[in-house]
Design a protein around this ligand. Structure first.
Ligand code: AOF
Ligand code: ZN
Length: 402
């Protein structure tokens, strides 16, 4: 397989890929991003078709991206626009063209029929039904295929899909907003207002975009009781399914007059071990879904069981916005796939509430911060780290494992 060298992205790479290939793939990635919030449970995919002869040589003749409700895959949308210009053209696709028949026919076959001369792919498809077969099909038809152009970004865009399609478990992104000394809230008796805003507006806007890119948001009853959060997606961006707001509430303490319950619209799920029929009835009457789970060893709702349940409901990505205790349990329990921290310049002191509660998670939290990739977020810094790569187990077409 021809692999474009990752170190050389932007420059001419091995395998016949040049600077223009990276540029066109960047455009295809931009198109793929339009599917965020609209493609799940499918992946986000973008496609660009560039003519290779005739009067339009070197020009973009077709563009497409995938939205679940429109059914057509990105390649089909782009091929339709390109029409006859697709003959001999180069197709840039952010995900390997599919080889199977699902809700639509195989895109690899459609590309062959349209007579494209070359296909440039950003990443292999994580779907075990495809996983290299799409590229093999193209090559067998005599089409030149280059893979791994823009791979890192393409994979990051579909972390949720990659995790879910291989395991039926959602990809978990833990979001933490903390002070420079790793605190998420003042001590309850400090006399400061609750909720206490730590990060700047730019970071809070970014959190809205993260909610938009998630299928569900998860929190604990402690946070609901302390902050009375709404947890809705207020990004203003289009989404296909309502953001599912999930509360872990072992004892079913969720107050019927909380903002969460008051705003419920088939989008609040309470996970409990309690069998209190009266409280269940009150919540259900207000449009809240209550699901009973087996208790874990400590008598609380099993996080594992909740994630399995969310996976069954086709939730590809879950963002957690929790307090200290649940943050610690999620991280130390190995449930976190990516951790994104917004770190403000302020300090709250050692007595304030730590980002990750519990001894085991303190060290893990420190490691997360050490390994994060940092960027500016308004007045704050944003650090993100991939704790567990959902693409790591995806088999490459030549049989190797990443
Ligand atoms: C592509 N281009 O734009 C997308 C692909 O049920 P279906 O027919 O929609 O197939 C869904 C699967 O197809 C999905 O799991 C993934 O493997 C692939 N998605 N493939 O060539 C696209 N969205
Ligand atoms: Zn397809």
């Amino acid at each position: 397989m021809k692999h474009a060298s990752k170190q050389n992205e932007g420059m001419a790479a091995e395998g016949g890929c040049g600077e223009s290939d990276f540029r066109w793939m960047a455009r295809a990635l931009e198109l793929a991003r339009r599917g965020v919030g609209l493609a799940a449970p499918n992946p986000v995919v973008g496609c660009v078709i560039v003519a290779r002869d005739g009067t339009r040589d070197g020009a973009c003749v077709g563009e497409g991206w995938h939205e679940y409700d429109r059914r057509d895959h990105a390649e089909i949308v782009a091929l339709r626009e390109a029409g006859e210009c697709a003959r001999g053209a180069v197709a840039y696709v952010t995900l390997e063209p599919c080889s199977h028949t699902g809700r639509t026919g195989p895109c690899a076959v459609a590309l062959c029929k349209a007579g494209v001369g070359r296909v440039v792919v950003a990443t292999v498809d994580a779907n075990p039904l495809v996983a290299g077969r799409g590229m093999a099909l193209l090559r067998e038809a005599g089409i030149a295929v280059d893979c791994a152009v823009g791979e890192r970004e393409a994979r990051q865009l579909n972390e949720g899909f990659a995790r879910w399609i291989g395991t039926r478990r959602p990809f978990v992104t833990q979001k933490v907003a903390m002070t420079r000394d790793g605190r998420i809230a003042p001590r309850l008796d400090a006399g400061l207002p609750q909720p206490f805003w730590i990060t700047s507006e730019a970071s809070r806007d970014e959190v809205q975009r993260m909610r938009h890119a998630s299928d569900a948001v998860l929190t604990g009853i402690g946070t609901v009781l302390a902050d009375d959060p709404l947890l809705t997606d207020r990004s203003g961006l289009r989404r296909r399914r309502r953001l599912l707001r999930v509360v872990l509430d072992s004892q079913l303490r969720l107050p019927p007059d909380s903002r969460l319950v008051q705003s419920a619209n088939e989008d609040v799920l309470v996970c409990t071990v309690s069998g209190d029929r009266e409280r269940m009835a009150v919540l259900r009457a207000r449009g809240v879904e209550v699901e009973r789970f087996e208790p874990d060893h400590a008598g609380r709702v099993s996080i594992e069981a909740v994630l399995a349940h969310l996976g069954e409901r086709e939730m590809l990505s879950v963002m957690t916005e929790c307090g200290s205790e649940l943050n610690g349990a999620l991280l130390a329990g190995g449930f976190v796939d990516r951790c994104t921290c917004f770190v403000a310049q302020s300090m709250l002191g050692v007595d304030a509430v730590p980002a990750w509660g519990g001894v085991a998670s303190e060290e893990t939290g420190a490691r997360v911060l050490r390994n994060a990739e940092w960027s500016a977020s308004g007045m704050d810094r944003r650090g993100t780290v991939l704790v567990r790569d959902p693409w790591a187990r995806v088999t490459e077409p030549d049989g190797t494992v990443d």
